[in-house]
Design a protein around this ligand. Structure first.
Ligand SMILES: [Zn+2]
Length: 553
């Protein structure tokens, strides 16, 4: 539901301390926004222009009635700071919502505390057939062993429960969950995994490849679960000023959820959707991208593909071996021909292609494929490379060619830097998370958070991007500081860059005539705030298409 709906009239959002970047990335300040009935900006009223009169000044001779007000609706923002809504170029909306609605055991320091939290969650969710959660760690509980099914049954009774360990490499099942999965004393130990035992019987915890035994019987979320998850995610996004998202690896169920939300008018955030692979995208959209639906709220834009895994688990595909695992180079997911075929099938149908590539070898493969395919699929294709974390110097230079979009996440750099140093060794760090160098090639930088991997918080990402420092202010001087971008460049990448990356720069990404009035009211000036103050910015209101869709309680 909307908190107010002025957009059915000509309106003015008045008395703001407004700031946006223009298309060239230069700061523009304004004191009011004039909107039309479709929720788009008609004009920004410059600082210094006289207070716009609520009624036309001139009264025509012979008028019997007072003049009609110039604006049907006026919001007085009382001098507060107004900036464009943020675009998170790469996130996972349903992943964020589903995660937020399941049980979180992180931070528990004893088995008893975890059991109390599980018991409270089970009592608060009587209609959930399974208790699903994650985040436990028996080391933090000082237990000296894994917990048992019986200890979980003590909290959930006879309900099936499946709780994944903090690192994702083990799961804790209740007795009912083990029965549902038919895991018994007779179940053989799977390759690459382990069923913890108490005598001959399964004890409750399943490690690595054994996790699928229970994981595969956990019920898929219902349509109602998905709707609740979407609404939760939308709230979390709007609360941090994110008004549009590049939503990655979307399946048909999520797409149908977005359609149902749009049909009932509950879709507020704007979603640029990238389907999970070619087949799933074609299942959603048929032979081409969708038009913009629901007043620019939803569009099937492209296909998301994977070239490799991630650095932390040594799945990223590297040219030279891992510094901390000699002989291992990670693994590419496809041969060159397979990747080109997938990208070609997507491009043939007019879908935009976004490829996850983290290691330098994977990035090289994707850039080769783009070089090849750009000869056939001409015009404005906006090939996207997602993450682009580790690059050879030669490949940095190739990003500017073929109009490649570098879709990157500043908070990955600040979270990963120690792990990246271990995995890569010193020689490869100067071209890792290379925002400045990529910006210099003429590639478009599109910034995001990869939520829920990182928090959906553009203020944290923005501060990270021009400091190369974490929340703790470390390391002093910034990590590989030559790759910092400026405060303005980072802001642009979190707004216009993300819109451009999804073919939406004419609709949103800045405040300018013809753009949707998507803006955020914040409690401080982001251009003057110190990095730690910028991180602490409070969003007071979020507006999409000239309508207030979120407000701080
Ligand atoms: Zn992702």
């Amino acid at each position: 539901m909307l908190l107010s709906s002025p957009a059915m009239a000509d309106a003015i959002v008045d008395n703001v301390s407004g700031m946006t970047l223009d298309a060239a990335g230069k700061l523009v300040q304004f004191r009011a926004i004039i909107l039309d009935k479709s929720g788009k900006v008609v004009r920004l009223v410059p600082v210094g222009e006289a207070e716009p009169s609520p009624v036309p000044v001139k009264r025509r001779k012979g008028d019997q009635t007072p003049p009609k007000p110039r604006y049907d609706w006026r919001a007085d923002m009382k001098g507060r700071v107004v900036i464009p809504g943020f675009v998170d170029a790469h996130g996972h909306v349903m992943g964020l919502g589903l995660g937020a609605l399941t049980l979180d055991l992180s931070g528990t320091t004893s088995l008893a505390e975890a059991q109390a939290r599980i018991r409270a969650y089970a009592a608060a969710n009587p209609d959930k057939s399974w208790i699903i959660g994650r985040g436990w760690n028996q080391e933090s509980w000082k237990l000296g062993r894994f917990p048992t099914a019986a200890e979980l049954d003590a909290a959930v009774g006879d309900r099936p429960a499946w709780l994944v360990r903090a690192d994702g490499h083990a799961g804790w099942a209740s007795g009912a969950a083990l029965r549902a999965a038919k895991v018994t004393a007779a179940t053989p130990q799977p390759a690459g995994g382990r069923i913890e035992k108490a005598g001959a019987a399964p004890a409750g915890v399943l490690v690595d490849n054994a996790m699928a035994l229970v994981g595969d019987v956990v019920p898929q979320p219902t349509a109602k679960d998905l709707a609740a998850a979407f609404l939760k995610a939308q709230d979390l996004l709007l609360a941090r000023g994110i008004t549009a998202v590049g939503d990655m690896s979307v399946g048909l169920d999520a797409w149908m959820t977005y359609r149902r939300m749009g049909d009932i008018g509950a879709l507020r955030v704007r979603l640029m959707v990238y389907g999970a692979g070619v087949d799933e995208t074609v299942r959603i959209g048929g032979l081409g991208p969708s038009p913009w639906l629901y007043d620019g709220r939803l569009r099937l834009t492209g296909v998301k593909l994977y070239a490799d895994g991630a650095l932390g688990s040594r799945g990223a595909w590297l040219v030279d071996p891992y510094a901390d695992a000699p002989g291992q180079r990670g693994l590419g997911f496809h041969t060159d021909a397979q990747l080109q075929n997938l990208m070609s099938r997507a491009s043939m149908d007019g879908y935009q292609v976004a490829v996850h590539a983290i290691g330098d070898r994977a990035n090289d493969q994707v850039l080769d494929a783009i070089d090849e395919l750009a000869q056939t699929y001409k015009g404005d294709r906006r090939w996207r490379v997602e993450h682009a974390q580790v690059l050879t110097a030669k490949d940095v230079a190739r990003f500017g060619r073929n109009g490649v979009v570098a879709s990157m996440q500043p908070t990955h750099e600040t979270s990963d830097r120690e792990m990246a140093e271990a995995r890569l060794g010193p020689a490869r760090l100067s071209t890792a998370y290379a925002w400045r160098s990529l910006e210099g090639t003429g590639a478009t930088l599109a910034f995001g958070s990869d939520f829920p991997v990182e928090r959906p918080d553009p203020f944290a990402g923005w501060a990270a991007a021009f400091t190369r420092q974490g929340e703790d202010g470390l390391p002093a001087g910034g990590w590989q500081p030559q790759e910092r971008v400026t405060r303005e460049e980072a802001w642009k990448a979190f707004t216009q860059g993300g819109a451009y990356a999804g073919f939406a720069e004419r609709q949103f990404g800045r405040l300018a005539p013809g753009q949707y009035a998507d803006f955020v009211v914040v409690d401080r000036d982001p251009m003057l705030a110190s990095p730690s103050d910028l991180r602490a910015t409070e969003v007071e209101e979020t507006w999409v298409g000239g309508q207030k869709v979120w407000e701080r309680k």
